[in-house]
Design a protein around this ligand. Structure first.
Ligand code: NZQ
Ligand code: ZN
Length: 392
C-alpha cells in the first residue's frame, strides 16, 4: 500500500429539507455577504432558490446572486463572478446546483483570493494559495465536487477544458437532500451515475499498490451504484435509490476510493475533457462513450485488475483465460451502460468527429498532461488518437 493523505474537511448535512439549514451553516462558517451561484435555471423552476434566499433573508444574511453556469462551465462567467464579489465585498460563496455551478464557484473563489489571472491555475502555471470559503447545496449526484478538491473550467478561446486541484477549494459544507435530485431528466441521472462509477474506476484501474480495504470499498460502491441506477431508470422518484447514489457520488470523489493507490489512471477523464471542450457533451455520457475503447486498449497492461473487476464487480464467472474473463467484464459494463441508456461510442453520444478533430483532441490531451498520462497503461498522443478512433 502506498502512503497517502486523506483530507475531507467538508461538513455533510444529508437528508430531507436540509436546505433549510443553509443560513445557520453560513453563519457557522463566518459568512456575512454571500454570492449565490447557480446554473441555467433549474433551481428557479424547482423553487429551491426561493427557499434558500428566503432562508437567508429570515436570518438577516446579505446576498447577491449570479446564475448562468453552463454544463462545462465557462471562464468568462468566472471572471464576471470575481468582479462581482470584489465589488460587493462578498466573503462567502454558496453554489446551488451541480458540478458546473460548484466548479465555477470554486474558480471564482480562487480568483478573489489570489492575485492575477485565475486561468493560470487551470493552465498549471501557478499553484492556488487560497479560496473564498464555499458552501454547496447539491442538486445532482455526479461529480462529487461537493467534497472534492477539483474544479473543471472551459476557456472559450480555443475551447480548452482543464481541471485545477487544490484542497483550498474543498467546500466547507455540503447540503445533500436526495429529494432535490428528483426533478432531474433521466439522462442527467444516468450521466451522474456513470460519472460516480468512473471516479472510483479511475482510481481502481492502476498498476500500483496493494489496497484490500480500498478495493473492497470501491467494489461495493460500484455494485451499489449500478443496482440503484437501474432502479432509478424505472422509478426515478425512489428516495432510497436517490440517497444511495447521492452519497456514493461524494464518497467516490472525496479520495476514499483511492487511499493507498498510486493516484489512479484518470485517462478516461482526460479523454472526455477534450470531448467536452470541443463538442460540449454531458460529462458522464462522454465518459461512457470512450471507456470501452480505453479499457480494451489498456487491458493487457493491467490484466489482474480487469479480471478482478470482472469477477468482483460485474459478477463474471471465473471460467477461461484471464483475458477472456477481463473482456467479459468490459462487455458487461457496456451492457449496463446500455440498460441505463448511456452511449458506448461516439456515434451513440451524438458526436460526428473527423480525423483532424481527433488529432487535435489527442494533441491537446497529451499536451495538457505534459506528454503522457495513465497508470493502467501509460498513454502517449498516438495511443490517445487510437482510442478516439476505436470509439467512433
Ligand atoms: O444548469 P441547470 O439549469 O441547473 O441544469 C442542470 C444542467 O443542465 C441540470 N440539473 C442539475 N440539477 C438539476 C438539474 N435539472 C433538474 N433538476 C435538478 N435537480 O443538469 C444539467 C447538468 O448539470 P451540471 O452541473 O453540468 O452536471 P454535473 O454535476 O454532471 O457537472 C458537470 C461538470 O463537472 C465537471 C464536468 O467535467 C462538467 O464540467 N466535473 C467536475 C469534477 C469535480 N469538480 O470534482 C469532477 C468530474 O470528473 C467532472 O469533470
Ligand atoms: Zn467525472
Amino acid at each position: 500500500m502506498f502512503d497517502f493523505h486523506y483530507f475531507t474537511p467538508t461538513k455533510v448535512i444529508f437528508g430531507k429539507n436540509t436546505e433549510l439549514q443553509t443560513a445557520a451553516l453560513i453563519r457557522e462558517f463566518g459568512g456575512k455577504k454571500v454570492l449565490i451561484h447557480y446554473g441555467g435555471g433549474s433551481v428557479i423552476r424547482s423553487g429551491l432558490l426561493k427557499r434558500v434566499t428566503d432562508n437567508l433573508e429570515e436570518a438577516g444574511i446579505d446576498y447577491v446572486t449570479l446564475g448562468g453556469a453552463v454544463p462545462n462551465p465557462r471562464l468568462g462567467l468566472v471572471y464576471e463572478g470575481i468582479e462581482l464579489c470584489k465589488k460587493e465585498g462578498v466573503d462567502f460563496l454558496l453554489a446551488v446546483g451541480g458540478g458546473s455551478a460548484i466548479d465555477s464557484a470554486k474558480a471564482i473563489g480562487y480568483g478573489v483570493a489570489n492575485e492575477g489571472d485565475v486561468w493560470d491555475f487551470y493552465d498549471y502555471k501557478r499553484k492556488v494559495t487560497g479560496c473564498l470559503p464555499l458552501g454547496v447545496i447539491l442538486t445532482i449526484a455526479a461529480t462529487g465536487s461537493e467534497m472534492s478538491n477539483s474544479s473543471v473550467i472551459t476557456k472559450e478561446d480555443g475551447l480548452i477544458k482543464r481541471g485545477c486541484s487544490s484542497d483550498f477549494g474543498r467546500p466547507r459544507f455540503a447540503i445533500m437532500n436526495p429529494e432535490l435530485t428528483m426533478t432531474l431528466p433521466d439522462y442527467q441521472t444516468a450521466c451522474g451515475c456513470t460519472d460516480i462509477m468512473m471516479h472510483t474506476m479511475e482510481r481502481y484501474f492502476t498498476n500500483g499498490g496493494n489496497m484490500e480495504i480500498t478495493d473492497a470499498i470501491a467494489e461495493g460502491l460500484l455494485r451499489i451504484v449500478m443496482k440503484n441506477a437501474e432502479i432509478l431508470v424505472k422509478d426515478p422518484k425512489n428516495y432510497d435509490a436517490r440517497a444511495e447514489v447521492m452519497w456514493a457520488g461524494s464518497l467516490s470523489h472525496n479520495g476514499l476510493t483511492g487511499c493507498g493507490s498510486d493516484g489512479g489512471d484518470w485517462m478516461t477523464h482526460k479523454l472526455e475533457h477534450e470531448l467536452g471542450g470541443l463538442y460540449d457533451v454531458a460529462h458522464g455520457a462522454g465518459l461512457a462513450a470512450v471507456w470501452g475503447s480505453w479499457a480494451r486498449y489498456v487491458c493487457d497492461s493491467c490484466l489482474p485488475r480487469f479480471k478482478r473487476f470482472a469477477v468482483h464487480v460485474m459478477g463474471v464467472e471465473e471460467k477461461g483465460s484471464d483475458k477472456e474473463i477481463a473482456l467479459k467484464g468490459i462487455e458487461a459494463l457496456e451492457d449496463f451502460f446500455r440498460r441505463i441508456k448511456m452511449p458506448t461510442n461516439l456515434r451513440e453520444l451524438g458526436v460526428t468527429t473527423s480525423e483532424e478533430d481527433m488529432k487535435t483532441m489527442a494533441h491537446k490531451c497529451a499536451a495538457g498532461l505534459g506528454g503522457s498520462g495513465g497508470s493502467a497503461k501509460v498513454l502517449h498522443e498516438e495511443d490517445m488518437l487510437a482510442i478516439y478512433k476505436a470509439s467512433l
